[in-house]
Ligand binder design. Structure first.
Ligand SMILES: [Zn+2]
Length: 193
């Protein structure tokens, strides 16, 4: 059982990256609600998300719907073209799903902004992911959006410093190792006469 990689660049892309690959084969990182619960817990550890209430199968379907919409817009922004009207509508729908008012909340880490809502936490969470997608795709941040150039890696990341080329160090290592292997083979094969 492989867990989806959490790169930690941005909420929207971490959700997009729950569609990932292991040895070149696509993997669904959210195959059931238990997997979504585990993923949200891992995300909470790195991103300080609001507490999650009940995760049910409707919630899983919503997360996957939003994830696929984010992937579609990200891909269109990177490679150009593509009909993204429906995907944009989806993201907007999730963003406006709740009528929420921001408020300051004192937590153990200090003051944080949270949104007051009478809806369950999961819908609030979905809105936070959708808002991050809106901010990422609709502002200058989109210039940093990249898809990983490593072979068979479907992950997205933001190029947050000029020398960053890969989604994660593991992809850089994989590409370097493959390059070294090819070089070794070229030099190891004796020339035919
Ligand atoms: Zn990668």
């Amino acid at each position: 059982m492989h867990e989806a990689p959490i790169i930690g660049d941005t909420l929207a892309l971490d959700l997009a990256n729950t569609h990932f690959a292991v040895r070149g084969k696509p993997v669904e990182g959210l195959p059931n609600k238990e997997a979504l619960e585990r993923w949200l817990m891992s995300m909470d550890a790195s991103q300080d998300l609001p507490p999650v209430s009940v995760v049910d199968s409707a919630c899983l379907a919503s997360f996957i719907e939003l994830r696929d919409a984010i992937r579609m817009v990200a891909r269109a922004l990177i490679v150009g073209g593509g009909e993204i009207g429906d995907a944009v509508d989806r993201i907007n729908d999730f963003a406006r799903a709740n009528h929420m008012n921001p408020r300051l909340v004192m937590e153990h880490t200090g003051l944080v902004s949270r949104f007051e809502s009478d809806a369950v936490g999961v819908r609030q969470l979905l809105a936070e992911f959708a808002w991050d997608a809106i901010d990422l795709f609709g502002t200058e941040r989109k210039k940093l959006l990249r898809s990983c150039p490593a072979p068979d890696c479907p992950l997205f990341f933001t190029k947050d410093h000029s020398r960053r080329k890969w989604c994660q160090p593991s992809c850089a290592n994989r590409v370097r190792a493959a390059r070294a292997y090819r070089k070794h083979r070229r030099t190891a094969v004796p020339e035919a006469h």
